[in-house]
Every structure is written in C-alpha cells, then in structure tokens.
Design a protein. Structure first.
Lengths: 173, 121
C-alpha cells in the first residue's frame, strides 16, 4: 500500500466521518435496555470503528477518533457518568489493539476484535465496581466476558470486512 | 500465532467463564429485605414484605423514588439523566442490585431476615 502524507483537510474529513460513525453506533447501542445490572455495560459495537481505523490508518489518529467519540458521546447522551465507563473500556481496548496491530495479520483481525471486547468489558466492570463501591459486581465478570467475546468477534469480523472493502491508502503516525 | 491456537485460547477462556458461572451462580435467593447504599454508605435496610414508597435524596440535589411492592423493590422515578435505574425494573433477588450511578445509589436485596424496621434517612 503506497504511503502518502495526508493533506490536513482530507485527513480531518476522514477522521470526522469515522468519529461520526462511531458516535452514532455508540449512541444507538446506549438506548438498549441493560441486561445485567452492571451500570455502563454496553455491547461495545462502536469499537468496530476503532479496529478499522487502527488497522488502516494508525494509532495516533485512532486515538483522536476514540477520544472525540467518547467525549461527544457523553455530551450528546446527556450522561456525564458515561464518560468514565466509555473511557475505561475504550482506552483499554485501544491499548490492546495498538499492541496487536503489529503482531496480527489482517486475516486475524477477529482476534483483535475479541481481545478488544474482553478488555472493553473488563474496563467497564472495573470502573463500575470502583464508582459504586460494590465489589460484588465482579460476579458478573464471566457473563460479561462471554457477551464481550461474542460482540468482539462480531466487531472483528465487521472490521475485517470493512478493511477489505475500504483499504486506507493514507497512513499517518 | 496460528489461527487454531487463538481459537483454542478463546475456547479455553469461554470454558473458564462457563465454569465460573456454574461455580458462582448469581445469588438467586428471594430476598426479604433490601439495603440501600449511597456512595458506599449504608442508608437503611428496607423489609420487602410491606408495600411502601419513599424518596431518597441524592447529594447533588436530585432524588430517587423507591417503591416496594409484592416482595420486590424498584426505583420508580429518578431525575438522573439516563434513568438506567428505573429501566432496571423490579428486583427480588440478591443477584440483581439496582444501581443509580449519577446519584451513587445502590439497592442491594438481601436474603436474610431484617432485624429492625426501615430507618428513615
């Protein structure tokens, strides 16, 4: 894939669109009723954008998209508390995906999806336990992990599909 | 790492989760009382055998209206922005605490007998 330095307007537009997509997914999935009484537990489907951006563009811009989505997400949904949950889940997922980016071939993107999903849920549960101060919530960990692995597989496969159809020709740092 | 090793790894994790779920099932005992916590501090213990309704003020000025009916408890009304606590609905078991995050409220049903009447906050 040819590497070119992105002009700033094109890059800005691309990242803005990615943020918008992630934001929409994030807000829509936030409307779903909670299955587990763990506050902030969400499927984490917006991570498909994080995966896609990470594997086509790069960690720097992925971080920009992620933080913008989390910040705007908490503003638009009107819940400031969402901020901490999304930050914990999103940043942990980001860190893991960043490591995996170098290690995994594209055909194993689903692995990054699952690992990202696992970290996402662990991050959310940790923050939920910390904020509500009920360590008993940890009993939901195996349930969350199973669901997280399921949605992670789904997001990983989706991201793989998108990377195949929309390969990024522009890489930044 | 070959794909099949990843598959084995995730299968092992899933198996561990299922084992954990079987060994540590969500507490299912029907509760006969519920403890109300605010930011980790126990406010009161409410017996679930008497239908009642009361309001818990939150430190930020908001409030949650808690209702007990038919051995179950729920947050009927809340002025937090997301109202996840209200959407959680009724709870009658220890395994299903009701949480209002913005107000730091946790309603934890318990399966043991309550020793004293609900104390007003």
């Amino acid at each position: 894939m040819p590497l070119r330095t992105d002009t700033s307007v094109r890059r800005l537009t691309r990242l803005a669109l990615l943020t918008a997509v992630a934001l929409c997914i994030h807000l829509l999935e936030g409307q779903l009723p909670p299955i587990f009484p763990v506050p902030g537990a969400k499927p984490g489907l917006a991570n498909v954008v994080t995966l896609y951006t990470m594997f086509t563009i790069g960690p720097g811009d992925t971080l920009l998209v992620l933080l913008s989505r989390i910040l705007l997400g908490s503003v638009f949904s009107g819940r400031a508390t969402t901020l901490f949950y999304s930050l914990a889940g999103g940043l942990l997922c980001f860190a893991v995906t960043c490591l995996l980016r170098r290690l995994l071939p594209l055909r194993q993107l689903w692995v990054a999806g699952i690992l990202g999903g696992i970290c996402h849920n662990i991050g959310q549960l940790a923050v939920a336990i910390a904020i509500t101060r009920t360590p008993a919530l940890v009993v939901y960990l195996p349930w969350l992990l199973l669901c997280g692995m399921g949605t992670g597989l789904f997001t990983g496969l989706c991201a793989r599909f998108f990377v195949k159809k929309l390969p990024g020709k522009y890489k930044t740092w | 790492m070959k794909t099949k090793y990843w598959v084995m790894l995730f299968a092992a994790v899933a198996a561990a989760c299922v084992t954990a779920i079987v060994l540590f099932p969500l507490p299912q005992g029907v509760a006969n009382s519920a403890e109300l916590y605010q930011n980790g501090v126990l406010l009161c213990t409410v017996p679930l055998d008497e239908d009642t309704r009361f309001t818990v003020p939150a430190p930020d000025g908001g409030s949650n209206t808690v209702a007990v009916s038919g051995g179950r408890i729920r947050v009927e009304q809340a002025d937090c922005p997301d109202k996840l606590c209200v959407k959680q609905g009724w709870s009658r078991t220890e395994g299903y605490p009701i949480v209002c995050l913005p107000h730091g409220l946790v309603i934890q049903p318990k399966g043991r007998q309550v020793d004293f009447d609900a104390a007003a906050h």
